[in-house]
Design a binder for this molecule. Structure first.
Ligand SMILES: Nc1nc2c(c(=O)[nH]1)N[C@H]1C(S)=C(S)[C@@H](COP(=O)(O)OP(=O)(O)OC[C@H]3O[C@@H](n4cnc5c(=O)[nH]c(N)nc54)[C@H](O)[C@@H]3O)O[C@H]1N2
Ligand SMILES: Nc1nc2c(c(=O)[nH]1)N[C@H]1C(S)=C(S)[C@@H](COP(=O)(O)OP(=O)(O)OC[C@H]3O[C@@H](n4cnc5c(=O)[nH]c(N)nc54)[C@H](O)[C@@H]3O)O[C@H]1N2
Ligand code: SF4
Ligand SMILES: [Mo]
Length: 578
């Protein structure tokens, strides 16, 4: 059978059947359950770049490779910049060439890196929860994750659970929840500390777990007691009664907490995850059946990393393309997806030679000097991890096409041109990565590291204990205006597929649906058509990821830990466009 795995950057990592030129969901897969989302369903209909281009003129692939290698030979400073267009492991193959070239790489991320730094500080490694464990919980807390849009295959899994949703937006999953804490954005740390405070007051903590598996609990207690309850309640912006009801629902139950990137798009994002984890550890929610905190996990734990980046690395959100003779951009659309578009676009324009290596035309391909079409996931060998589950998906080559070049083939061609050490064959590379770190269950590959309940034998820190937080850093956002929520859109995968175009405003905003408004932040401005949404708090506006213009408004700062983007650390004011 022609079985493969969805290549898109998504929690679910669906198992896919390729039959008669069409993609179908795999009915037998315990997570995919036979259906695919609107994004993969649009994949094959999306217009691809057919031919390479140099300075606007179509050229052959061989010519494109020649131009690329000549330009790289003359370059004194080269950047390798890779985004999240395809989650396959062999997408990293060009690292093999660019490391030998002594190029500059990126560190941190545009995505989950701030939160990951917080998880790693407490637990040593970020493991997500196997779906069997979520299935065994009675209460599921969905914290800053929009499961109905970004993680749709989990809806079936959690449909009979007691749901607690923590989100400034009344999302469709929030409407189904037993309780929805419609929190003020950026205040999840306050909420976690408030919960911890009441766990302590009500003596709900798990002393056995704290004793056996954690360190620094007393410091954590001293830390959260510094914050007056009144201040925390004011920060959080929801009634204390609702917070306590949520806590009581969790008391003595099996609780899974599914955390998304929404809580950590801020300078202090790492501390938010550390605080959520600390609250959960105090309740003894790790290493037990049906319990745990699942952030965007590192499903690569235990696998061999065969593509190690070079030492020269710059933080992802603040890459200055203009500093490089060649900027090689792969699987990404920085002109739309990076924060502070005005600056990014200006800098891209000043790069001596920018190269775009991708599937589709977008803001970045239009600015690039050299455009190289890639092969799609059906046309090359690969495999992937997922960050929402512990499944390992094989992605064999199932289809031939005249279009594009694969990441491995381009790497080999460049290594040839430079006389560098080449890569092994694709299948061999895949087997080296997979190694013996997998086991098979019901016909699907899983990560061995997750065979037991994550953290049941302790944590991945030096002394194998969970380390509680006892301080945090923040750079408060003091600006006036609306909070900006910039979350994912159902019909787009960031800037791929069908993008949104609206700004969503609360009914109290004074604007009417269909009007045009100019949204302004300290970083720039952009104009959008208004949609009124009852789902928003009065102090929030929402613009989805991928919407043209959204990142003219977002700050190009980096998180205090984790070198990652802080898209929501700004405020927005609105002006009517006349
Ligand atoms: N359809 C679709 N699916 C996708 C993607 C896509 O673009 N489209 N993108 C993929 C990628 S790259 C990623 S990283 C994942 C991310 O998927 P999610 O983790 O779900 O991330 P977001 O949609 O950015 O935000 C999730 C929720 O956080 C809420 N939120 C915003 N600010 C705050 C806050 O301060 N506190 C709290 N508690 N909540 C807040 C938002 O309202 C939103 O409902 O999704 C993946 N899946
Ligand atoms: N305002 C705002 N900005 C955001 C976010 C947000 O929530 N709000 N989310 C952030 C997050 S979480 C993320 S992960 C980033 C994502 O940002 P990017 O990583 O830039 O993702 P995309 O915009 O989806 O661009 C992916 C590109 O990959 C290319 N591609 C697809 N498959 C392949 C392939 O097999 N090979 C090659 N070579 N190219 C391929 C496609 O042409 C596509 O244009 O955006 C961040 N930016
Ligand atoms: S839900 Fe995610 S993994 Fe599944 S088909 Fe859609 S994008 Fe791919
Ligand atoms: Mo992401």
């Amino acid at each position: 059978m022609n079985k493969t795995t969805c290549p898109l950057d998504c929690y679910d990592a669906c198992s896919v059947i390729w039959k008669d030129g069409k993609l179908y969901g795999d009915k037998n897969h315990p997570v995919t359950k036979g259906y695919l989302c609107p994004n993969l369903n649009t994949y094959l209909q999306t217009q691809r770049i057919q031919k390479p281009r140099y300075k606007g003129e179509e050229i052959s692939m061989q010519k494109a490779i020649d131009i690329l290698s000549d330009t790289l030979k003359k370059s004194t400073k080269t950047l390798y910049f890779k985004g999240q267009g395809n989650f396959g492991r062999l997408q990293d193959a060009p690292i093999h060439f660019f490391r030998q070239l002594d190029a500059t790489f990126t560190k941190g991320s545009l995505c989950d890196g701030a939160g990951e730094a917080g998880v790693v500080a407490g637990r040593g490694e970020s493991l997500s929860l196997p779906y069997e464990q979520i299935a065994k919980s009675r209460v599921v807390v969905i914290w800053g994750r929009n499961s109905s849009v970004t993680n749709a295959h989990f809806l079936e899994l959690i449909k009979d659970k007691i749901l607690i949703v923590i989100d400034p937006v009344k999302t469709s999953i929030a409407k189904k929840a037993a309780i929805h804490l419609q929190i003020k954005p950026r205040e999840d740390l306050s909420l976690a500390l408030l919960l911890a405070r009441f766990v302590y007051i009500e003596q709900m903590e798990d002393h056995d777990f704290i004793e056996k598996f954690t360190s620094d609990f007393d410091y954590f207690v001293d830390f959260f007691r510094e914050f007056p309850v009144k201040t925390l309640v004011e920060n959080v912006g929801v009634a204390l009664e609702d917070v306590l009801t949520a806590l009581m629902l969790m008391d003595k139950e099996k609780v899974s907490i599914l955390v998304g990137v929404g809580v950590q798009k801020y300078a202090h994002g790492s501390s938010v995850l550390r605080a959520i984890d600390s609250f959960a550890a105090m309740m003894g929610l790790f290493g037990k059946e049906g319990c745990g905190v699942s952030y965007l996990g590192n499903s690569g734990v235990g696998f061999k990393n065969i593509f190690e980046k070079g030492k020269k690395q710059v933080p992802f959100p603040i890459v200055d393309f203009s500093e490089y003779d060649v900027a090689f951009i792969q699987g990404s659309n920085p002109a739309n997806q990076m924060p502070n578009s005005h600056k990014v676009i200006g800098r891209l324009g000043h790069t001596k030679c920018s190269v775009y290596f991708g599937l589709y035309e977008n803001e970045t391909s239009k600015l690039a000097d050299l455009v190289i079409p890639a092969k799609d996931f059906l046309e090359k060998e690969d495999m992937r991890f997922s960050y929402g589950t512990d499944f390992i998906g094989r992605m064999p080559k199932l289809h031939e096409s005249e279009i594009g070049i694969s990441e491995v083939a381009l790497t080999q061609a460049l290594c040839d041109a430079f006389g560098f050490d080449k890569l092994a064959d694709e299948k061999e590379l895949i087997e080296t990565i997979v190694g013996n770190n997998v086991y098979e269950k019901e016909g699907y590959l899983r990560n061995k590291e997750y065979q037991e309940i994550p953290y049941s034998d302790g944590f991945y820190t030096d002394d194998e204990t969970f380390v509680f937080m006892d301080e945090y850093d923040d750079e408060l956002c003091e600006e006036e205006g609306y909070f900006l929520i910039t979350s994912k859109y159902k019909y787009a995968l960031n800037s791929q597929f069908k993008r949104d175009k609206y700004i969503y405003l609360p009914p109290s905003c004074g604007f009417a649906e269909g009007e045009m408004v100019r949204a302004i932040s300290p970083y720039g401005e952009a104009t959008f058509e208004v949609k009124i949404s009852e789902a928003l708090r009065d102090d929030c506006v929402k613009i989805h990821s991928g919407t043209p213009g959204v990142n003219y408004l977002t700050p190009d700062g980096i998180s205090l830990h984790g070198d990652s983007a802080i898209y929501q650390d700004t405020k927005i004011t609105l002006q009517k466009v006349v």
